[in-house]
Each structure stands twice: as structure tokens, then as C-alpha cells.
Write a protein that binds this ligand. Sequence first.
Ligand code: ZN
Length: 715
Amino acid sequence: MTNLRLLTLAASVVASITLLNSTNVLADSITDNPFYAASSLPFQAPPFDKIKDSDYAPAIDEGIKQHDAEVQQIANNPAAPTFENTYVALEKSGVLLGRVLQVFNGVSGANTDAALQQLQEDVAPKLAAHQDSIYLNTKLFQRIDAVHKQLATLKLDPESARLVTVVYRNFLLSGAKLSDANKSKLKALNEEESTLSSQFNNKLRDATKKAALVVDSKAQLAGLSDAEIVAAAQAAKDRGLPEGKYVLTLQNTTQQPMLQDLTDRSTREALFKASWNRTEMGDENDTRKLIVRIAAIRAQQAKLLGFKNYADWKLDDQMAKDAKTAIGFMQKLVPAATARAKLEAKDIQAVIDRDQAALKQPTFKLQPWDWNLYAEQVKKERYDVDENQIRPYFELNNVLQNGVFYAANQLYGLTFKERHDIPVYQEDVRVFDVFDKDGTQIALFYCDYFKRDNKNGGAWMDNFVSQSKLLGTKPVIFNVTNFTKPAAGQPALLSFDDVITMFHEFGHGLHGIFADEQYPTLSGTATARDFVEFPSQFNEHWATDPGVFAHFAKHYQTGEAMPSALVDKMKNAGKFNKGYGMTELSAAALLDLDWHSLSATAPLQDADKFEIAALKKDKIYLTEVPSRYRSSYFLHIWANGYAAGYYAYPWTQMLADDAFDWFLTHGGLTRDNGDRFRAMILSRGNTEELALLYKTWRGRDPKIEPMLENRGLKN
Ligand SMILES: [Zn+2]
């Protein structure tokens, strides 16, 4: 089915925002709408020169209307259900809706404005209802079910058979097979969950704001930069506090960036505790009762759908398949991560002891609020790397052409040519033709690298047009990042993190560019969450591969290669503090899996007791290294669609590092290796069980050892 993935994304993004009244758009006749017909530009690229903000709403409404009519026709078809008249017909449906939503999602993420923001709010509930009207359509499911029952005798080609399996499972996992009474129960649980998630979101937002630390004197802020102190004074003023007060606002994670610089230990402790206790103050923003109830609701949803717990339900269509496998993986990671963190703690304690002795002060035991300050000191002493020394070697265009594109050329034979005749949504956006090894064009690639006020934070990849042989469409891919834009006439010099980000997003890009699927549902990056970050993290490795690195890391003025001593320092610094990072991440991932492994018959939990018991059971209860998120402020899992899915971050790191290890033992950067990876992984979308897809390419199941080695977790 076209773009259900998009529907889900669009709906979840804005699920909790108050609905505003839709403004009446003075739409031209729908036939004048630039979305109504397929674009006549190459690869059906969006005609951004014709698209106005006011075109989206009528096109989305008309798209939903058309898709509804198509779905009704399929459901009410008097002919006996067949693969063609049911599954293929659904794949062909919703074309207009898909076309407009892909562009709408792309532009509202990268170049939004007030009108688009309001439209996002208006559209979310409509799309959610539209999705329900498909998945909970009894007549439609009867046909889906009937064809699925004959699957063994239908003699379908492998991709078509996979489509039946995947679509049938999507219906099943959404509750299509339930009795009417149980459908009502599920719907009620879904609604309560969604209400509580919104409440969680609001409480957390208010709690985070309220818990900002008020500081009474400038002396207590020692270590912060002048700019940070000015910002803290302004934040106090904004809150109506008297002159001389300062406010340190909180970010969403347990650790706060300023803990790295604050030298006054009592300020550090107060800031850390403000963060840690933000949602457990016993006031109206306390979330503990809420999360316990959400966990219980989810256990009941899972039980209705025939699963032991929520994690098993949510992982049924993922690569890991069930909670046991995901937890087993995390348990293999824990000993290495915690052992490394304990070593780092020792190093830090030694620095504390030494510094206190020099000050003729009694020493103290390392606490979580001390970690970042003293870790920075260890870093300076051991791995001193100056950003300003590095940046001149990473000029953006050079990294793109001689790094990112070069690696893709060496591995897969791709070539790229910039073009200036395709309309873009903002003047900084660049467009490239992507040519295959035989010279035929296979995709369009857009990149939008510079930070803007109206762009979401972070970096991402998506499609403007998804590939499908059935629909006759080829990939139109975009990458968006937030690199600092240089002043006019100045070169854009990147940090090494930026370089990695560029390779990462282009790795997603390759997954889209090489898509070679018949059906849109199975195409390109439309795979499981615990697989989709594999090609991107894998592609990061080429940034540091000696052959690729030497080709792009050249001084933008002199053209000289980066001195090897600086390269070594930079690579070495990449392993710094990895024990802490992996331990806080693993603790969060395990808490997520533990909360979502509760059965429907389990009694209501006490949130704090549950959290401590879970971490102790998982052997990851380190007082100096708290979870990246405490359960009571873990937004990803209670309101952001990552429930039972946070493990996917380290899981896909394992795949990426294990895959790169295969390349290293087979000659590295060669066309043969690249072509094989493309044929067996990058071009395959979701056309095969993902664990099998990986195993067939790798010759065995993934192993965790390369990840431990690569992430600095081997001692
Ligand atoms: Zn990614």
C-alpha cells in the first residue's frame, strides 16, 4: 500500500499537538493543483517552482478521498479475491496522497513556515483516521486473509510472496483479525494510550522548563563562557527574576552539557539533580503514575493481539523478531560497556585525587555530576585535538565530491553531475544526477546541508519520489543536515562529526538510490527500524577508511594531506569516553525493553523501584553512569514512537561494524565487494526476512565483536 509508512510518520510526529481550526484555502480548481498530475520534470521531481503552501491542503484532502474510494472498490469487489485484485490493487492505490505527502513531509521538515506547521496539525488526525479506515476494514481484511491462506499454492515470485506476508502481518498487528468486541477494546486502549502520551509530553515539557536551575551568584557559574553567562542572565530576566539571578535551562537527557564546564561542585550537583528529579517532584508534572499506566495499557494491547508482552508485539516485524533476542543482544553488550566505563571512572578518579591534592583539599568520590568535567580533563591530557586544526581539511564540497561520492564511485561505480535546472524549495539546495556504472541515470539526489531557523534539528534522509517498478517511479532522494553556513564567499569547513554525518546520510541515500523493487511497500528504506540505520552507519566507515580519507582530507588552501600525527590523534579521540556513552545508552535501551516486557497480569509497578530492580537485574546499575534517560522522562518510549525500539541504535551499530569487518577481510574498497553488497543488501529493500537477508550476504549471523573493537569497548 502506498505510503502507509508516511502516514504513520506524519501522524506520530504531531499526535499530541492541539488541533487548530483549518483555514479555508481558496483553492484553485483541483486540476490546477501541481500535485494532481505526475510531475513532468525528470524522475517526476517535485515542481517546486509551481508549488505554493496553499496547494498542499486541497491535494491531501483529494488524495485521501481518492484513496478511500480505491480502497472501497477493492474491498467491495464482487470477484473472488486474488493477489492481483487485492494486494497489487492496494499497492497501486493512494498515488496522489503519496505524491503530496512525500513533498509535504520533506518541506515541512527542512523549510517550514507558520502555514505548513498549522497544516501539519490539521492533517495528523485525518491521516490517523484514514489509516484506521484501511486496517480495520473488515471486508478488506477478509480478502487479504483469503489470499494469504492460499499463499503456499499461488506460485508467486519471491517478492510478491513477501508482499503477501508483510501486508498480511501489518493488518494482523494492527488488530484486523480481532472480533468486533475486541476491536472496540483495542480502539479504547489506543485512545487512552494516545491521551496519556500527550499528557506525558506536556508534563515533561513543563517539568523540564520548571526544573531549570536558578543560581544566585555569578561566582557559582565559574567555568562557563561569557556568552553562556549572558544567556543565563537573560534566561533569568525572561522568567521575571530580579537582577543578579541566573537560570540554567535543561536539555532532555540526564547529563547536561554545562556539567562539562562548571567548576563549582555544588552547582554541578544542583544542576544534575534538577535534571534527574525533574519529573519526580510530587507536583502536577510528576509523570510516574502516568508511565506505569501506559506500560499497563500496552501490555493489555499486546495480550489482545495474542502476544506475551508489548515488546514481542512491536518486534514481530523487526529484524530481532522478539524481545528475547533484543534483550540477549543488549546483555552481550553490557559487560564490555560497563567494564570500559569502570576503567574510565578509575582514570577520572585519579585526576580528581591529583587535582584535590594539588589544591590541598580532601578528595571526593566521583559522582555523575563530576564525570563530564573531569572526563574533559582526561581528554585534554590524553587526546588533545584542536577543532580549528582539523576543519581546514574538511571543506564541504571537497568532502562531498572527493569523499562521499568518491567512495560510492569506487564501491559501486556511481558518478554524479550537478544540475541547475531542477527547481528547489530553497536556494541552498543542490541537485545531482546519479549515474550507474553503465552510464544510465538511476536517481536524483538533493542535498540541503546548511542550518536554517526554519529547519528541524539533526540530519535525515528521505524520498521525494519512492522507487517502484509497478508504479514506474525511480528514486528522488534528499539529505538534510544542519552544518553551519559560512559567511558569503567563505568556504564551509566541517568538523569531523559533520563529515561522519554526511557519509551517514548518504548511506541512507544509497539504500534509496539502489532500490530495485516491484512494490512500493517493500522498496528501499521501507524496512524495519532495527535495520534501516544499518546501511547509513555502515557507510560512515568509509570516512575513516585510509584510501577514502586520503582522497578527501586535504587542506582547502594548500591541498596538502592531513599530517598523520593529527589523523592518529583525531581517530584516537573517537574512542574517548565510549564506555560511558555505551553504558548510558544500554541502560536506557534495557529500561525500555524491561518496561515493555511486562505481562498483562503484572500488578501496577512503582516506577522508581521497577527502574532500580531492572537495572540491577541487567547488571548495569552503576551509580556514576546513570541511564541516558530516567524512566520518568524517557520521551522516546512514552510519547515519541520508540517504545520497545530504543535498542535499534546499538543493534544497527553491530550490523554496520560486522559488515565493515567483512569488507576488511575481503580486500576493502573494491567494486566486487561493493557490487555484492548492493546486489544482496542495498537493492533489496524489505523483500526478504531481514535476518535472513543479512545472513545470506554475511555467511553467518551478525557478531558483536567487531562493534566492541570498533567502539573502543575492548580492553
Ligand atoms: Zn540515520
